[in-house]
Write a protein that binds this ligand. Structure first.
Ligand code: HEM
Ligand code: HEM
Length: 180
């Protein structure tokens, strides 16, 4: 197979997004193991909100990079299924954008400020808890599970390419795995 890979910056953005997403998805289930208002729970929540804002910056930079400079790659094979894979990639981008907006809105609707690793705080424009926060919380949860399901299918598809179709697809995102 022709040796094709994304440029280094695209690869770094891909893995940064994946790692932060994994933390964002798992952290609420870990903080629930601790009592309300205890330090580990508050600390994990603080990190959830801070990494969430960091992901806003990373995702915006990633999308701009992709539109302007990022390397575009051809389909790895002739299969029409690639249309499905491309569609899944766009859904992942869209899902992340929607999820970040929902998270920020939910935090503000709970009448709490946005925090960023102790560097700064953005106060909420609301002066009391908003009724619609319950709908936002459900939507934030549903979108989290939707992205998680899609990202798992996406990762399994990549592994299927690598180890069953043996087309070295993982080289595109930085792996040097040479199997016969
Ligand atoms: C172990 C986990 C993962 C593996 C092995 C993996 C693998 C890959 C591979 C091989 C590609 C290139 C596909 C191609 O060029 O056709 C890709 C692209 C992509 N991945 Fe992942 N990925 C993983 C996790 C994630 C996660 C968690 C997300 C987001 C939540 C994600 C979002 C994307 C997106 C949006 C693209 C499209 C890149 C573009 O064309 O702009 N990936 N991934
Ligand atoms: C990819 C990004 C994100 C993912 C995957 C994610 C995921 C989650 C999940 C799974 C929950 C638990 C939902 C439940 O079962 O009730 C949650 C709760 C929450 N998230 Fe996020 N989130 C993300 C981004 C953000 C951002 C950017 C913010 C705000 C800055 C945020 C604020 C919140 C808040 C306020 C809660 C509810 C906390 C509580 O009162 O229990 N999230 N998030």
């Amino acid at each position: 197979m022709q040796k094709v890979r994304y440029d280094r910056i695209t690869v770094i953005f891909h893995w940064l997004t994946a790692a932060i997403f994994l933390f964002m998805f798992t952290s609420p289930y870990i903080w629930r193991l601790f009592e309300r208002r205890t330090p580990p729970r508050l600390e994990l929540q603080f990190l959830h909100f801070s990494f969430g804002l960091l992901l806003v910056v990373i995702l915006a930079a990633r999308i701009l990079w992709r539109l302007k400079h990022g390397r575009k790659l051809p389909a790895p094979n002739e299969s029409r299924l690639y249309v499905l894979a491309k569609f899944a990639h766009y859904l992942l981008y869209a899902g992340l954008v929607v999820q970040l907006v929902l998270g920020i809105w939910l935090r503000l609707a709970q009448n709490n400020p946005l925090v960023f690793f102790g560097f700064f705080e953005i106060p909420t424009p609301f002066d009391s808890q908003q009724e619609h926060r319950k709908i936002l919380a459900v939507a934030h949860d549903v979108v989290a599970w939707t992205i998680f399901t899609l990202a798992t299918a996406h990762a399994l598809a990549a592994l299927f390419h690598q180890f069953v179709l043996k087309d070295q697809l993982l080289e595109r995102v930085g792996f040097e795995l040479r199997g016969e």
